[in-house]
Design a protein around this ligand. Structure first.
Ligand code: ARG
Length: 465
């Protein structure tokens, strides 16, 4: 089959199998809207710079808008016959406006076009991801506010360490995602550079104005080297890295949800709508959504390695290998957005079992550090306090009692600094309320921090509580 856009020097048509093998329209059709926007900006500039006439420019733009309309209404379907979305659009444009359509490719090539379209697409995707991250942050801030007093076991090494407030735990999740949001803003900023006008690799002799194209498309600057412009995919790696971080965080959150849902733990219950049953065991309620989020993170994180491997051996400038960047990234992007979509409702509908959380929090001498802090506040050096409390714990363990059940007389045998106010210091609720240093777990801190987040989200239209 002959491809009219580049087949001039060929005697034979492209092998059917090769055509199927090499087409990218099945993936890059997603770039359709971006390609039209880029083509319109380019056609406008060609007219402004008098490379084509004003009239021709207007006709091209009208034609491109008509192509978009046809595509949106299902009247235009893309064909692998034209390889990729760019050539499909050029073909459709030429059908729309006649031979003039063939002028659209002056001063550009598909190499800079695809790089431009993809930057634009990822820029729009980053805005979408940022919005979705905000939705989750909002859900977390609300849930934290409502759980600022809920006592919850805090772990290190997955062993009970110290009680925290559940709100504090959720705010830890929040902060991970706040970093992701910031990282995505930076990624978006970094990719916002226009490669168009670099043409195939060496630039162009036409008197084009790349700066106006950048302005029209909202790019903050233009690339400075045509060879780098057409072969650079750092922006895709940046994007994949940022997405990987998002997924790594969602996966960690999911892992905790799965753990909390465990039959023996039952600290948190996620809504039935996010669980499935078993085809054989009638009693089962499985946390499939968090499991799938944890699972989907694998391919997204993998996309970063795939991109590095794709790029690491490529000589300058454009190589067809680069076409694979879209398959890798767009699939990963689909996973990220689907996970981000579910997270806000997963969070806002989950229920924490407060009684169990409190009971668990009191187990296993989780207030031992409070006792050591108490001694140190009375002037005992911390290392010494640590040792004394170690001995007290050993004693309590042998008597099978908790620290709160040790009589004052016995306490005094371990340290004369202990007086009757010790019982307040090791009371879990009281101790949590006393942790007021910046970033600590006290309910008042959590409430304040959750409120601060909610207020910061107000300009985006989130309802305040
Ligand atoms: N479909 C191609 C891609 O995604 C567009 C660029 C093609 N350039 C070329 N010289 N064959 O990379």
């Amino acid at each position: 089959m002959k491809n009219s856009t580049w087949s001039g020097r060929f005697k034979k048509g492209l092998d059917e199998d090769v055509l199927e093998f090499s087409e990218s329209v099945s993936v890059d059709h997603l770039l359709f809207d971006c390609d039209i926007k880029v083509c319109i900006a380019h056609a406008e500039m060609l007219g402004e710079c008098k490379i084509i006439t004003k009239r021709e420019s207007i006709t091209l733009i009208k034609g491109l808008k008509a192509v978009q309309k046809k595509y949106d209404s299902g009247k235009l379907s893309l064909s692998i016959k034209y390889e990729d979305v760019h050539m499909n659009i050029e073909q459709a444009l030429t059908k729309e406006v006649g031979d003039l359509g063939k002028k659209i490719h002056m001063g550009r090539s598909r190499n800079d076009l695809v790089a431009t379209d993809f930057r634009l697409y990822l820029r729009e995707s980053s805005t979408l991801i940022i919005d979705k991250l905000r939705d989750i942050r909002y859900a977390l801030a609300v849930a934290s506010y409502n759980n600022s007093e809920t006592i919850f076991p805090g772990y290190t090494h997955l062993q009970l360490a110290q009680p925290v407030t559940f709100g504090h735990h959720l705010l830890a999740w929040h902060d991970m995602l706040a970093r992701d949001e910031q990282r995505m803003e930076q990624t978006k900023d970094r990719l916002n550079i226009l490669p168009l006008g670099s043409a195939a690799l060496s630039g162009t002799p036409y008197n084009i104005n790349r700066k106006t194209v950048a302005k029209k498309l909202g790019f903050k600057s233009v690339s400075t080297n045509s060879m780098d412009s057409v072969s650079d995919r750092d922006f895709v790696c940046d994007f994949a890295y940022t997405c990987s971080m998002v997924m790594m965080h969602l996966s960690r959150m999911s892992e905790e949800l799965v753990f909390w849902m465990n039959t023996h733990i039952k600290l948190v219950d996620i809504d039935e709508a996010f669980c499935t049953g078993s085809s054989i065991m009638p009693q089962k309620k499985n946390p499939d959504v968090p499991e799938l989020i944890r699972g989907k993170s694998a391919a997204v994180i993998g996309s970063l390695s795939s991109l590095f491997v794709l790029l690491k051996g490529l000589p300058l400038t454009y190589n067809r290998d680069l076409q694979e960047d879209k398959t890798i990234m767009l699939e990963a992007l689909e996973s990220v957005t689907s996970c981000l979509n579910l997270m806000p409702r997963l969070i806002s509908t989950m229920k924490v079992n407060k009684d169990r959380a409190l009971a668990f929090s009191k187990q296993d001498f989780s207030n031992a550090t409070d006792l050591a802090d108490y001694l140190s506040m009375k002037g005992v050096p911390f290392r010494t306090s640590h040792e004394i409390v170690g001995n007290i714990v050993k004693y309590a363990e042998s008597k099978k009692i908790s620290l709160n059940e040790i009589p004052l007389g016995i306490f005094k045998k371990f340290s004369s600094s202990i007086t009757k106010d010790v019982y307040d210091a090791i009371d879990i609720e009281k101790s949590i309320h006393s942790k007021k240093a910046l970033g600590s777990t006290s309910p008042s801190n959590v409430k304040k921090q959750a409120k601060k987040i909610l207020v910061s989200l107000k300009p985006y239209g989130y309802v305040q509580i």
